[in-house]
Design a protein around this ligand. Structure first.
Ligand code: PMP
Length: 454
């Protein structure tokens, strides 16, 4: 009967894949890929597909599984709340106890000036809210020309039209236009890409460009600058330590708001509650999502400066989502933050993140296609190149990610120019060792054209 069950499971797995192909539109999946990996179960950093094949999740779902998979405590929190009040609106004067408790907690964790919270269902919705808040704040104060948004090339700010425009990759714009007007893209602070900076200091170049752009557009026409403290989709790009403090100083001098997109970096991923703490800046708005529930339910929280909240509140901020302050999502977020606190996952992110980064750097040392291994906490990027001298990006890093999964059952993702890793903050040392070994076994067989040899 064991064989029978296995056969049944196999049949049902391939049937599931057929139905998937017939009915589901997957983001970023071309029709030439017929393979489906159908996940069925998770525990910690381990996943099992419907065939019972085991995987090590080095991507933390989609960069959000702070506490790992399979926490019964979070399922209980959701069930308990659903039995009491599954949902009610937060429009107008309506509120709910779970949203209030969570907002109070977030205000305590966030930088001093951020005491107001606007809940969403995820990152993209949060970015739209932040951009609208920035423009509307100026508008309400009579600064009606302040419409421009400054962003960076290679930024990722979600897929709605506002954030999608601020996103700095052609892929997300081509064929979708016209995009939002009045958005300018600046050079990303990416020290490894010497082609962008030559011999000059990376921050100096970025700041000079920022000042020039402000002069060109006119400070009085600019609402805000938005940026990921560490650029995720670009490849976990860590800016020099002085970049954000200097950007903040320039923006402040010109009355331009600073919006940090911490959809990936918040809630422990970089070893602090927020990357704003890591870089020592006090943004006007922080957008968060993902790690706030570790992905157990959809939720985002936009943290807003007191002065902005005051102007927005005067006549009522005219923008609401049905799921603002969803009580069940907020209850799960509370239970998730409880685990992060109780298990000291902030310091754990630094400890295991340092271990993992060093382990990977050691294993990959001397491999010709490995340009750089970098990271902060549990956000790691591996820059892949076809030539370490010219730093030319390796074509098709997706083939490397696929091989790591198919051959070793380790799930990593490719970014524009390499691989990105963001495992659960609870990852074990043995698991870190397995990730590093799997990467080495594939990368040492990868040639300059991006082909993984047999
Ligand atoms: N901003 C950043 C920096 C992100 O990485 C993401 C998602 N990966 C988003 C915004 C969009 O979030 P969501 O997919 O939840 O809409």
């Amino acid at each position: 009967t064991t064989t029978d069950n296995a056969a049944k499971a196999r049949i049902s797995a391939s049937e599931l894949a057929d139905v998937d192909r017939a009915h589901i539109i997957h983001p970023y999946l071309s029709a030439t890929t017929t393979e489906r990996v159908v996940m069925a179960k998770g525990q910690g950093s381990t996943l099992w597909d419907v065939d019972g094949r085991e995987y090590l999740d080095a991507t933390g779902g989609l960069w959000l599984a702070q506490v790992g998979h399979g926490r019964a405590e979070l399922a209980e929190a959701a069930a308990t709340q659903m039995r009491q009040l599954e949902y009610f609106t937060s429009f107008w004067e309506f509120s709910n106890n779970r949203a209030i408790e969570l907002a109070d907690r977030l205000a305590g964790l966030a930088p001093d000036n951020l005491n107001h919270v606007y809940f969403t269902s995820g990152g993209s919705e949060g970015i739209e809210a932040a951009l609208k808040m920035a423009r509307h704040h100026h508008y309400r104060r009579g600064d009606t020309d302040r419409t421009w948004i400054l962003a960076r090339h290679r930024a990722y700010h979600g897929v709605a039209y506002g954030g999608g425009t601020a996103t700095g990759f052609p892929l997300y714009h081509d064929g979708f236009g016209p995009m939002l007007p009045d958005v300018a893209h600046l050079t990303p602070p990416w020290p490894y890409r010497t082609d962008l900076f030559g011999d000059e200091d990376c921050t100096d170049v970025c700041i000079r460009e920022l000042e020039n752009t402000i002069a060109e557009i006119g400070a009085d026409n600019i609402a805000a600058m938005i940026g990921e403290p560490i650029m995720g989709v670009a490849g976990m790009v860590v800016p020099p330590d002085d970049y954000w403090p200097r950007v903040q100083e320039v923006l402040h001098r010109h009355g331009i708001l600073l919006i940090l997109d911490e959809v990936v970096t918040a809630y422990g991923r970089v070893g602090q509650w927020f990357a704003a703490d890591h870089f020592g800046v006090r943004p006007d708005i922080i957008v968060t999502a993902k790690g706030i529930t570790s992905g157990y339910l959809p939720l985002g929280a936009v943290l807003v400066d007191d002065h902005i909240a005051e102007t927005l509140g005067q006549q009522g901020f005219p923008m609401g989502y049905t799921y603002n302050g969803h009580p069940t999502s907020c209850a799960v977020a509370q239970a998730n933050l409880d685990i992060i606190d109780r298990e000291h996952l902030l310091s754990r992110a630094t400890e295991i993140g340092t271990y993992l980064t060093e382990k990977i750097a050691t294993e990959l040392k001397g491999i010709p296609v490995v340009g750089e291994v970098r990271g902060v906490g549990m956000m790691l990027g591996i820059e892949l190149v076809s030539d370490t001298a010219t730093r030319t990006p390796l074509p098709n890093p997706g083939a490397v990610a696929d091989a790591v999964r198919r051959e070793h059952g380790v799930i990593v993702r490719d970014s524009a120019q390499g691989l990105v890793l963001s495992p659960a903050l609870t990852l074990g040392h043995n698991e870190a060792d397995r990730i590093a070994a799997a990467l080495r076994r594939v990368l040492e067989r990868t040639d300059a054209s991006g082909t993984v040899r047999d």
